[in-house]
Design a protein around this ligand. Structure first.
Ligand code: FAD
Length: 444
């Protein structure tokens, strides 16, 4: 599997992802490769949620002449293969952690921004009439061991009191009756404005909207390198050179080592893996008592996330291999299946039918950045595996930066991603983090 930590370029010839979403979604027509030299105001590299939202906004609101290229097709990166959890937030810090790091007033601005991100996704789905099968049952954060219930209750009080955010605490009997028949969890926190979608249908919808707004979108067009010239940038692809005044890097965790070290060295590509089971039988569903529309994540340091899909399969995700080379080792989906069976009784014979993984971009300080890194050069990256909703807003914020506007006063808009110290040893650090996480999740 392509490994951005090691590979210097991303080429267009990649193996099939094999995801459930590909099987469950009507394929959209391929966008052709760029085969002639071209000039534009702004080139966006990467057609995931971030790039597409940026291109859409630039073309629609600012009437800019926008070209967008992807090494494969829109959504080939994270955006077409994620779990489809529309969550309120990004990065790895909750509001309490943001408040202690930056103060309560700044944490409130983060909260507003995260709400704006969800609203933007909602608006785009409505505006583009995107058939991404929303499952609007909210998000439940479940304890993974006893003792965590008190922490969740404190979180509920903190969010209700300081953010006027109507999260709701569920004790064990409420959880079992009203959420799901879970074997490990003994409490839950309910976040009402979150929901599940088909992420591939969403990104295909965004691509259509961007093109309709005037973006010239090309697939199978990997950027191998770029250089600064007097009037902007000269960008090299296999069959064409693109001249652009502004350059937006929306390549996030899929940024190859050779494209722009400023992102690659500050954004550790980490694999997240997913399995999707066969459809559950009626008796399994009855025993499970899963409220169809809810999405779930647990309180582990190395989290599991899961949802019941509209066709009664379970999608179950978590940490994957460390290297691209090991990504296809069946040990990882088997481990997810085992973890799933620890959560729910009566599923002993359940198997998985789909499994895949993808790279998420983890930043050193657990927060993403949306920034101008050099004159006329912009990027958004480092969502730490939680970017479905935030990327839509990040794309809009990038467009505002390109247009010369000022963004809200938040740390994630005021600096670039901090480089990892000893960045060549990031994978060893990741290995140690996983060992510590396993120990903490089990014993502490
Ligand atoms: C398995 C998995 C599950 C996840 N689940 C969730 C979830 O449920 N909820 C959530 O909020 N987040 C989730 N995430 C994270 C979320 O999907 C990402 O944060 C989000 O999609 C990032 O979007 P993006 O547009 O920034 O990047 P991407 O979608 O990764 O897009 C980057 C694009 O850049 C292109 N590219 C890279 N290099 C080049 C080049 N040199 N030339 C041309 N094109 C290039 C790639 O082909 C790719 O399409 C998950 C991620 C994974 C992998």
């Amino acid at each position: 599997m392509y490994d951005p930590y090691i590979d210097t370029t991303l080429n267009s010839n990649q193996p099939d992802i094999g995801s459930y979403w590909q099987a469950a979604t009507q394929a959209s027509p391929d966008y052709p490769a760029l085969k002639r030299d071209i000039r534009c105001d702004t080139l966006v590299i990467g057609a995931g949620y971030t790039g597409l939202n940026c291109g859409y906004e630039l073309a629609k609101k600012y009437q800019r002449d926008v070209v967008m290229v992807d090494a494969l097709q829109p959504g080939w990166g994270c955006s077409g293969r994620n779990g489809g959890f529309v969550l309120r937030g990004t990065g790895r810090l909750g509001l309490a952690q943001l408040a202690s790091r930056f103060g309560i007033d700044t944490a409130r601005v983060f909260h507003q921004e995260y709400g704006a991100a969800i609203s933007r996704v909602n608006q785009l789905i409505a505006l583009g009439n995107i058939d991404c099968q929303p499952q609007a049952g909210g998000y439940y954060k479940l304890t993974h061991k006893s003792g965590m219930a008190r922490t969740l209750r404190q979180q509920a009080d903190f969010l209700n009191q300081n953010f006027d955010y109507p999260v709701q605490f569920f004790d064990k009997s409420q959880l079992l009756q009203q959420i799901v028949n879970h074997q490990q969890a003994d409490a839950a926190l309910y976040f009402p404005d979150c929901y599940g979608v088909n992420p591939l249908a969403l990104v295909q919808g965004y691509a259509k909207m961007a093109v309709e707004a005037g973006v010239a979108l090309f697939g199978q067009t990997p950027v191998t390198h770029f250089k600064r010239v007097s009037k902007g940038f000269e960008v090299i692809t296999p069959q064409a050179v693109i001249s652009a005044r502004n350059l937006v890097l929306a390549t996030n965790a899929y940024t190859a080592r050779g494209l722009y070290p400023g992102i690659n060295q500050s954004c550790l590509p980490v694999l997240s893996s997913v399995i999707v089971t066969e459809p559950l039988s009626t008796s399994q569903l009855l025993q499970l008592n899963w409220q169809q529309n809810s999405i779930i994540m647990d309180t582990r340091m190395l989290k599991y996330y899961y949802r019941l899909l509209p066709d009664n399969r379970i999608l179950f995700g978590g940490r994957g291999a460390i290297t691209g080379k090991a990504a296809s080792d069946p040990v990882y989906p088997r481990r997810l299946l085992r973890a799933l069976k620890h959560c729910f009784a009566g599923l002993e014979n359940l198997t998985y039918q789909y499994q895949w993984s993808g790279w998420v971009g983890v930043s050193f300080d657990d927060l993403p950045r949306v920034c101008a890194v050099e004159p006329n050069l912009f990027y958004a990256a480092g969502y730490c595996g939680s970017g479905l909703s935030f990327s839509a807003l990040a794309g809009e914020r990038l467009a505002q930066l390109v247009a010369g506007e000022t963004l809200p006063a938040l740390p994630i808009y005021q600096s670039t991603l901090p480089a990892f110290p000893m960045s060549a040893l990031r994978r060893q650090g990741q290995q140690m983090f996983y060992q510590w996480g396993r120990f903490k999740d089990r014993f502490l």
